[in-house]
Design a protein around this ligand. Structure first.
Ligand code: ADE
Ligand code: ZN
Length: 323
């Protein structure tokens, strides 16, 4: 399939190839005990272990230069999958610890790396980390507000959805909104439909990271469809982390059939042994997605992208079928 792809949900650190992280660990003489399996892949057996391994891998990403190199490696992988536009979650917590001056340097390194690859367009969504708590989130929001612009276009939240409530982070989301940033948050990956209601009601987000557990509440499904709230669905991630036991039980197709605007992303592809091409192959295999559906889903993603109208127009043009 050579339909260009648009990815809206990709954590930059989570997209680090394990060999890239191992290489940095070697350069720095750091040992990363417990991070890798014998075959070299990332090692975890539960969501909490995944978060710990993720944070341990981040310890070798020590400066702007490392994040510049990481950005190049990640975007090259995406280009190979036919991705023409990607939104990456960027966390000031891993990039200078929330200090605005330090964050600017990390951001410039990533922006510069992205500008060297004209095959793909990148935007950054600054992400606070839920299990670091609402006070730490404010430092991420401040970095976001201070650097909002052509490259940083959104604000969001990842991390452990079972800690606290979405509304505990309203101050940070309000700060980001006032700075002109577009909003998304992880919800309904682990916290059920109630977490998605909270995200919509208490944070006023226009997109939801995952959101798949909305399927358990028919009123919520109607609400999402009616208000055109877009889901950033990552089916391979959900299956790898056992949110659903297998692809067959994943609700993406039911949500789509009910009129919810779904898009497809990979979340943290090397952790889940996936890439965007593989996700679409499996959607074809399990749910019969053909080229028309794939094109439609990518048009939905282009329309929901946190980018300027000229960029959006350009993406939509590239998605037109060749005549
Ligand atoms: N950070 C990276 N991947 C994540 C996921 N799937 N859920 C929550 N936080 C994350
Ligand atoms: Zn995610």
């Amino acid at each position: 399939m050579n339909i260009p792809k648009i990815e809206l949900h990709l954590h930059i650190e989570g997209a680090a190839p394990p060999a890239f992280i191992r290489g940095l660990a070697q350069e720095k003489g750091v040992s990363l005990d417990g991070v890798f399996n014998e075959d070299g892949s990332y090692r975890f057996e539960s969501f909490n272990q995944f978060l710990s391994v993720y944070e341990a891998a981040c310890t070798v990403l020590t400066g702007p230069e490392e994040f510049g190199r990481l950005t190049t490696a990640v975007l090259e992988q995406s280009i190979e999958q036919g991705v023409i536009y990607t939104e990456a979650f960027l966390s000031p917590d891993f990039c200078g610890g929330g200090d605005v001056g330090a964050w600017r340097e990390y951001m410039h390194a990533m922006q510069e790396a992205s500008a060297k690859l004209p095959q793909i367009e990148m935007r950054g969504i600054i992400t606070c980390i839920r299990h670091f708590g609402p006070d730490q989130a404010k430092t991420a929001a401040k970095c976001a507000a201070e650097t909002a612009g052509d490259f940083i276009t959104g604000f969001g939240m990842g991390g452990d959805e079972m800690r606290g409530k979405q509304g505990d982070f309203a101050y940070s989301f309000d700060m980001a909104r006032e700075a002109g940033l577009r909003l998304t948050t992880h919800a309904g990956e682990w916290g059920g439909a109630e977490s998605v209601w909270q995200a919509v009601r208490d944070l006023g987000v226009e997109r939801i990271g995952h959101g798949v557990q909305s399927i358990d509440d028919p009123r919520l499904v109607d609400h999402l469809a009616e208000h055109e709230i877009v889901l950033e669905v990552c089916p391979g991630s959900n299956v790898a982390l056992a949110v659903y036991p297998d692809w067959h039980s994943h609700p993406i197709e039911k949500l789509r059939e009910r009129g919810v605007k779904v898009t497809v992303s990979t979340d943290d592809p090397p952790f889940f042994h996936t890439n965007l091409g593989a996700e679409y192959d499996l959607l074809g295999h399990h749910f019969g997605w053909d080229d028309e559906i794939v094109r439609d889903v990518n048009i939905t993603a282009a329309n929901a992208a946190f980018c300027d109208d000229a960029t959006r127009k350009n993406l939509l043009k590239k998605l037109e079928p060749a005549s």
